[in-house]
Design a protein around this ligand. Structure first.
Ligand SMILES: Cc1cc2nc3c(=O)[nH]c(=O)nc-3n(C[C@H](O)[C@H](O)[C@H](O)COP(=O)(O)OP(=O)(O)OC[C@H]3O[C@@H](n4cnc5c(N)ncnc54)[C@H](O)[C@@H]3O)c2cc1C
Length: 256
């Protein structure tokens, strides 16, 4: 949307978001009935709505040429407990190159360890990538009330990451599906607290099963046909109820 979110405040029966146009730095006010923050681990939406900051860890990877003895349809992992409580991985991204990475605990130390690992195993890095991602410490409620309106979080903003190996691509989409359903439920029955704002268990799993066809939230990607059906349903909800929903950040939140 070409805008950076800055602040949020109640406005009558809805919400007003202060955003900056990236093109020229000018400020605008955007009004919405519901706000969804999909703006990552350092979510400004979360801070503006009163969620506490998340614990994060550094993730670093180097793009390297694949070793000659490695097939592009396999993945390698190395367990080096003195370097990381997780593991090093090498995941091919083509027949020629792969991403060799590690999750650490402190940024500079993680970079040094990765560098050492690359040198020891004679990998020649083409480029480095990195960022901080949340670790799962406990369930983060996905909804807060601001004024009379709802603010939801999805993806890294709500620490929707794997408990075992961090990373939130699949789990973030799961979270977006849950939030889409919770927001639609709330529009249908405005006075009720949506069940999806509660810890995983009943409603979260029910929702996962409904959209993925799986019995548990074991990390499987939702089936595509289910996603499409859900998006259509909620598009219809939005059109018929004329609700304005402001989504900040990632593609997860456009599901609404
Ligand atoms: C190097 C690296 C490798 C990874 N590999 C894996 C992997 O193999 N598997 C896996 O599951 N996960 C992996 N992850 C983690 C994964 O990338 C994240 O869990 C996932 O991207 C979270 O998606 P998100 O949309 O919630 O947040 P993000 O991807 O962080 O997206 C947030 C978006 O919000 C925007 N934004 C931020 N602030 C504002 C603002 N104020 N206003 C407007 N927009 C804003 C950002 O520009 C960005 O577009 C990796 C992460 C890194 C750093």
């Amino acid at each position: 949307m070409g805008r950076r979110f800055h602040a949020l405040h109640p406005n009558g029966r809805g919400l007003a978001g202060e955003v900056e146009r990236c093109a020229d730095g000018s400020r605008e006010e955007v009004r919405a009935d519901t706000v969804v923050g999909g703006d990552g681990a350092a979510s400004r939406v979360a801070r503006a709505a009163g969620w506490a900051p998340l614990e994060t860890v550094p993730l670093m990877q180097a793009i390297v040429p694949l070793p000659k003895d490695m097939a592009p349809d396999t993945v390698r992992v190395w367990f080096v407990p003195q370097d990381t409580p997780y593991f090093y991985w090498l995941i091919p991204e083509s027949a020629e190159r792969g991403a060799l990475g590690v999750i650490g605990e402190s940024g500079p130390e993680t970079r040094r360890r990765l560098q050492r690992f690359l040198e020891k195993r004679r990998f020649d890095p083409i480029e480095f990538q990195g960022g901080r991602i949340p670790v799962y410490t406990s369930w983060v409620p996905v909804r807060r009330q601001v004024g009379q309106s709802s603010v939801y979080l999805v993806g890294d903003a709500a620490a929707q990451v794997k408990g075992s190996t961090v990373g939130g691509t699949v789990t973030g989409f799961r979270g977006a599906l849950g939030v889409a359903e919770a927001a639609a439920d709330r529009l249908a029955s405005p006075g009720e607290v949506p069940p999806h704002a509660t810890p995983p268990g009943g409603a979260w799993k029910k929702c996962s099963r409904r959209w993925t066809g799986r019995r548990s939230d074991s990390g499987a990607m939702p089936r595509r046909s289910s996603n499409v059906r859900m998006v259509k349903t909620h598009r219809n909800e939005r059109q018929t109820r004329r609700v304005k929903c402001l989504c900040i950040g990632c593609c997860f939140s456009v599901l609404l």
